[in-house]
Write a protein that binds this ligand. Structure first.
Ligand SMILES: NC(=O)c1ccc[n+]([C@@H]2O[C@H](COP(=O)([O-])OP(=O)(O)OC[C@H]3O[C@@H](n4cnc5c(N)ncnc54)[C@H](OP(=O)(O)O)[C@@H]3O)[C@@H](O)[C@H]2O)c1
Length: 251
């Protein structure tokens, strides 16, 4: 495809940094929309100038919360601010990353993803939404958030984690094409136990770690355990396993 100008909302995050890399490698002109790059997507500040001349926006911004209220506020505010600024700037394609199964588990953080998808579907900008499973980095994100001294608490969870790099490649493919609505889900090559993923991550770090796997009560915890977040048979599968990824990350 001819090179184009792509803005990446959340372009400094776990998947966003890969999106920026992949898009630059393919010759696109890339603009990063994040607070560290001078754009606050919740306040809407800096957006108008940043979107000048942009053809497509890839939204991979996120917030760290388990509160449905906070998550819904973040994702709806960011999406409304982006779509309004995209309309003013003449952006032709809004691409967003969502999560496999979040539509069937509209609780806690996932409530925000459901609200984000709804805002995009109801908006004025032609769109594509890709739902992916947890990234391989998710284990280290849990480790960072749920570590209390040497104890790491991990929700009992069925997941089929995917390489963030492969998700980024798919997102740039999508941004290079025409808006396509909901596209096939993307998961990793095989199912993993999240507690074992966190154990493998922790084993590479100095010090002692006790990883405790706990079922989270309520509908949110049930969705984590019952396979709601695992992609169905029609989903696309990435190729890199968690073990391969850990090996490469340590190399
Ligand atoms: N993590 C997973 O396993 C996973 C799996 C599937 C889908 N997803 C989805 O993928 C997307 C990205 O997730 P991630 O884990 O890569 O996120 P992340 O690592 O937490 O990165 C979040 C990004 O959002 C930016 N950001 C946060 N608040 C902002 C604000 N007010 N204004 C501007 N930028 C802001 C951050 O940059 P600054 O701090 O510089 O502002 C950062 O670039 C999310 O939509 C998530 O739901 C994640």
């Amino acid at each position: 495809m001819n090179s184009s100008k792509i803005a990446v909302a959340g372009g400094t995050g776990a998947v966003g940094a890969h999106v920026v890399d992949v898009a630059r490698d393919r010759g696109h002109d890339v603009v990063v929309l994040s607070r560290s790059a001078g754009v606050d997507l919740v306040e809407g500040s800096g957006l108008a100038a940043a979107l000048a001349g942009v053809d497509a926006v890839i939204d991979v911004a996120s917030t760290q919360t388990m509160s449905a209220k906070k998550s819904t506020h973040f994702f709806t505010t960011v999406t409304h601010n982006l779509l309004a600024a995209e309309k003013a700037a003449g952006v032709q394609h809004h691409v967003a990353l969502s999560i496999v199964g979040s539509d069937r588990a509209p609780h806690a953080y996932y409530a925000g993803k459901v609200a984000q998808e709804k805002a995009i579907r109801g908006g004025d900008i032609p769109w594509t939404i890709l739902r992916a499973t947890q990234f391989h980095e998710f284990a280290s994100q849990i480790y960072g958030q749920l570590k209390f001294g040497p104890l790491v608490v991990v929700p009992k969870m069925r997941s089929q984690p995917v390489s963030a790099r492969e998700v980024a490649e798919r997102l740039v493919d999508i941004a290079e094409g025409a808006p396509a609505g909901h596209v096939s889900d993307l998961g990793g090559p095989r199912e993993e136990n999240m507690a074992n993923m966190v154990r493998a991550h922790a084993a590479r770090l100095p010090g002692t770690h006790w990883v405790l796997e706990l079922p989270i009560p309520g509908a949110y915890g049930r969705a984590m355990r019952d396979g709601t977040l695992v992609p169905g048979p029609g989903a696309d599968r990435g190729t890199q396993t968690y073990t391969d990824w850990l090996g490469r990350a340590g190399a």
